[in-house]
Design a protein around this ligand. Structure first.
Ligand code: ADP
Ligand code: MG
Length: 255
């Protein structure tokens, strides 16, 4: 193959850039993800990869999205207010397209993650800095649709806030509340949904912990490694932090 170059930041040795495409492992849900991405392109969404099918090695092929992708520890320029505004706008734009796909679901589709109710949109499922391309200091493109699944807007929004603010136990609570409100204001989240944010985020994180545990016990090496590295404990510490501060956060993010 010509011009094959390993892309870093994700699973080691598994994701490559070949010419202007990305080649990465496929899964049982990949065909459904490609149908969705194809639909989005037909609707005019140019901020997600174009799907080009699955090759003879069971790898998926997608268009390479221009821009930079940042990983932990995030640089300061990813932690600004303008990045909160820009990531929130990108998620809103994505949901405006992805909600049109819901009526096409047959319920026979396979996804990595189970649906969350009420189903309002197709959730990206992992809308985080490490899955977004940055162009001219703006969140521009979305990549890595393995976690795509039907769900509620708040299911996706809460996890995005966890990752972009970021709302973890190491942060400054007042700053986290201020940035969360900015994210919600930019997206245009109503007051009822704001009241449910922390409860939904806690549920989302617990769901992730259960998923990691069940994948690891089914032999998934990536998740076994995450658990060995202590990720479960990190999520639990963040859940405890959110619970402890739920009232103050909910008060602080009112519209
Ligand atoms: N479609 C794409 N366009 C541009 N870069 C991509 C694309 N897909 C993946 N990458 C790059 O490869 C890296 C790892 O890819 P990703 O698919 O997120 O891996 P993983 O599934 O292991 O999380 C990303 O951080 C990004 O830099
Ligand atoms: Mg990724």
């Amino acid at each position: 193959m010509n011009n094959k170059e390993e892309l870093t930041g994700g699973r080691i040795g598994k994701i490559h850039k070949v010419e202007e495409t990305v080649v990465r492992p496929s899964n049982k849900w990949t065909k459904n993800v490609h149908c969705f991405l194809q639909f989005l392109h037909e609707e005019g969404a140019d901020f997600v990869p174009k799907p080009y099918g699955i090759n003879e090695k069971e790898e998926e092929i997608l268009s390479f999205m221009p821009g930079d992708v940042f990983h932990y520890p995030l640089p300061d320029k990813l932690l600004t207010d303008s990045m909160i505004v820009s990531s929130s706008k990108l998620l809103l734009k994505f949901h405006k397209f992805s909600e049109r796909y819901v009526s096409r679901l047959t319920n026979d589709e396979q996804w990595m993650l189970s649906a969350s109710y009420p189903i309002e949109v197709m959730c990206h499922g992992d809308f985080a800095p490490y899955n977004v391309t940055i162009v001219n200091n703006e969140a521009a493109g979305i990549i890595d649709f393995d976690t795509l699944h039907p769900g509620s807007k708040m299911w996706d929004i809460s996890y995005a806030i966890y990752r972009w603010v970021p709302f973890d136990s190491h942060g400054n609570l007042k700053e986290q509340i201020r940035k969360t409100k900015l994210f919600l204001d930019t997206y245009g989240v109503d007051s009822e949904s704001r009241n449910s944010l922390i409860g939904i985020l806690i549920k989302r994180l617990k769901n992730l912990m259960n998923f990691m545990q069940s994948e690891a016990s089914n032999g998934n090496k990536d998740f076994q490694l995450h658990i060995e590295e202590g990720h479960l404990q990190l999520y639990q510490t963040d859940i405890d932090y959110l619970r402890r501060n739920e009232e103050e956060i909910t008060q602080g993010i009112k519209s």
